[in-house]
Design a protein around this ligand. Structure first.
Ligand SMILES: [Zn+2]
Length: 261
């Protein structure tokens, strides 16, 4: 019996699929639409088995819906902007753009080898000016409408690396990359004023029929609106008072001690 040779068979058909653009999606009002969107990977350089599992499941869905008669839009892209590219550039001494684009190229090759049914003409790379001009456009709208504002906030800072670190990059108070002591630094940063929408977001959670209570509670907590009052605790020994907030003012009279973090 002849052995299955993936190198011959798969590369032959994948080439045909690519040349014939068999996964290209055109607008077609005569068929129902189906949008199959998996997550865009971060271009770390190589796909791992977690990617393969995720994208194989999405691919099965997209193909199944196509066979059911849907006009399936199945795009792919790369979530490729941000700190990991900066960190890799520092570590390897290369430009962030060179590093990012060569990783993307390699991962596209791997995705194509897997035979995934993407419409590559619709590929999105978030590090590309053709994409981020839209996030800039959005930001400008936020800014003009008073919904983007600047203020100082404290971040994790490593003096040796000269970078901000995410909480998970601080291990036992030290920088994950160079092992130096991390300290808090006040930096001027941009914020979006989502608090303006807290009430409407909360109210509209009721419209989510059939959603698990657990997920709605998570959303509720994430929005984080709470009603309470601010009050001052007098500390005569220190000749000062300490501002505090509580959602349960009725329990304030039971306070026996105060811990300041
Ligand atoms: Zn460091």
């Amino acid at each position: 019996m002849e052995r299955y040779s993936p190198q011959d068979i798969e590369s032959k058909w994948q080439k045909k699929w690519e040349e014939g653009k068999v996964y290209k999606t055109e607008a077609d009002a005569s068929r129902p639409k189906y949008y199959a969107l998996e997550m865009f990977p971060y271009p770390s350089g190589n796909l791992h088995m977690g990617h393969v599992r995720n994208y194989a499941i999405g691919d099965v869905m997209a193909r199944y819906k196509t066979m059911e008669g849907f006009n399936v839009l199945h795009p792919m892209g790369f979530d490729s902007f941000g700190m990991p590219a900066e960190n890799a550039a520092i570590k390897h001494g290369v430009k962030p753009a060179d590093w990012t684009y060569s990783n993307i190229e390699n991962m596209e090759k791997q995705q194509k080898k897997l035979g995934l049914s993407y419409d590559w003409d619709r590929e999105v790379k978030t590090c590309d000016p053709s994409y981020y001009k839209w996030t800039q456009w959005l930001f400008e709208l936020f800014y003009k409408r008073g919904l983007a504002y600047k203020k100082k906030a404290s971040v994790n800072w490593c003096d040796t690396c000269g970078t901000v670190l995410a909480n998970e990059q601080v291990i036992d108070g030290k920088c994950w990359r160079c092992d130096h002591e991390v300290h808090k630094k006040d930096l001027s940063q941009w914020f979006l004023k989502i608090t303006d929408y807290a009430d409407v977001l909360l109210k509209d959670l009721d419209k989510l029929k059939g959603w698990p209570e657990r997920v709605k509670t998570m959303q509720d907590n994430w929005i984080g609106r709470s009603e309470g009052l601010e009050f001052n605790l007098e500390a005569p020994e220190l000749d000062t008072s300490i501002a505090a907030y509580t959602t349960r003012p009725d329990t304030v009279y039971g306070i026996t001690f105060l811990a300041l973090a």
